[in-house]
Write a protein that binds this ligand. Structure first.
Ligand code: NCD
Length: 356
């Protein structure tokens, strides 16, 4: 099929209202493709929370582990990652294996027919010929959305697509593991409702921050604080979404210090300099006031959760790792379990797990 023909059709699709786009990724009233955070309602988030906890519990015994090994043993997943990844790739890889799935992968586009001039669309249809699920990370924004739309609209083999990070746009499974971590951290502290989430770092180009922001509509009385220098501040579309959800936010451009004591959860991120127009441009912006230092911890609430999607550079002092408020290593491990829960949900085997 001619790519420009599909380009035009996809532009038309992306101009549809959000609910209509989301309905393309829903089958029988359930999430089928996981493309963007706006697909997740509170019921879904809570269902994944319970399913994740159940999976963790089951896998502790050999009998439980063997039960899980059988649950999707008849399914194959393809991991297609054209951008660097450690956590997302490995956590998905292991999540598939926990459920007994077989996996294949392309991590280097130089080893695929992309180098022979094959279009992304044809490549994706090819992957769908051999497997039952595509988990993809792509440097182009909206590529996962395009893949899911393409398979659902034009293919007779519309297998589910999971977005493992699409350009600067979204990283919905990161937001799923982030919200799981927040719900777990505040489980005995009244839950995440009513809490203040402070996000700091490269808010402009960080897809994790965007995806987590879009989830805020599912919680009552939450507030968001965006702390970053002007050049790295959150984009207007996220602020417009928060306004439409009625979620209050504030923008802090001077220093992290000023807002630290207000936060229940602090979500730190690194500068995404791989997106610099001119290599090294980000380095010209002073971010020294937007780092979390060990000496700052006295100003952080005793009940706060410190989060980071990782990889980390120097925006969180390593000394903070031993502080009980540091949740990022747990957050990382939570990713594997929430992703296993999501995959089992997509294949409709969650009741077998919950009834075990
Ligand atoms: C993030 C990503 O790739 O968007 N990492 C991740 O998936 N855990 C954040 C980042 O790269 O800074």
């Amino acid at each position: 099929m001619c790519t420009s023909y599909l380009d035009d059709k996809f532009v038309t699709f992306r101009n549809l209202p959000m609910e209509q786009r989301i309905s393309c990724f829903t089958k029988r009233g359930r999430v089928f493709d996981m493309i963007m955070s706006q697909q997740m309602d509170r019921q879904f988030i809570d269902d994944i929370y319970h399913l994740t906890n159940k999976l963790r519990h089951i896998s502790k015994s050999k009998a439980g582990y063997m039960f899980l090994q059988n649950i999707l043993a008849h399914k194959r997943a393809m991991l297609y990652f054209n951008q660097p990844s450690s956590r997302t790739f490995l956590s998905f890889h292991n999540a598939c294996h926990i459920l007994g799935m077989k996996t294949s992968e392309i991590r280097d586009p130089a080893l695929s027919s992309e180098v022979k001039g094959e279009s992304d669309d044809d490549g994706l249809r090819t992957f769908s010929s051999y497997t039952d699920l595509i988990i993809m990370r792509h440097s182009k924004s909206h590529m996962a959305e395009r893949a899911a739309w393409l398979l659902n609209t034009f293919s007779n083999r519309p297998i589910p697509i999971i977005n493992g990070g699409s350009g600067q746009d979204q990283h919905p499974t990161q937001s799923l593991l982030d919200i799981y971590t927040l719900q777990r951290s505040f489980n005995n502290k009244g839950g995440f409702d009513g809490k203040t989430l402070l996000m700091c770092g490269d808010l402009k180009r960080g897809r994790t921050v965007r995806s987590l922001s879009f989830l805020m509509r599912n919680f009552s009385d939450v507030k968001v604080i965006y702390a970053a220098p002007k050049a790295f501040q959150i984009r207007e579309d996220v602020l417009e979404a928060l306004e439409s959800y009625g979620v209050p936010y504030t923008i802090e451009t001077e220093s992290l210090q000023k807002v630290l004591p207000l936060a229940d959860a602090i979500y730190m991120t690194r500068i995404q300099d791989e997106h610099d127009r001119d290599h090294g441009d980000s380095g010209k912006i002073d971010i020294s006031k937007f780092k979390l230092k060990a000496s700052d911890m006295v100003n952080v609430k005793p009940t706060a959760a410190i989060m980071h999607p990782f990889p980390r550079r120097d925006e969180v002092d390593v000394e903070i790792d031993v502080d009980p408020r540091a949740m990022y290593w747990r957050q990382e491990r939570n990713g594997m379990w929430t992703r296993a829960a999501l995959i089992s949900y997509i294949f409709g085997v969650e009741h077998e797990i919950l009834n075990y």
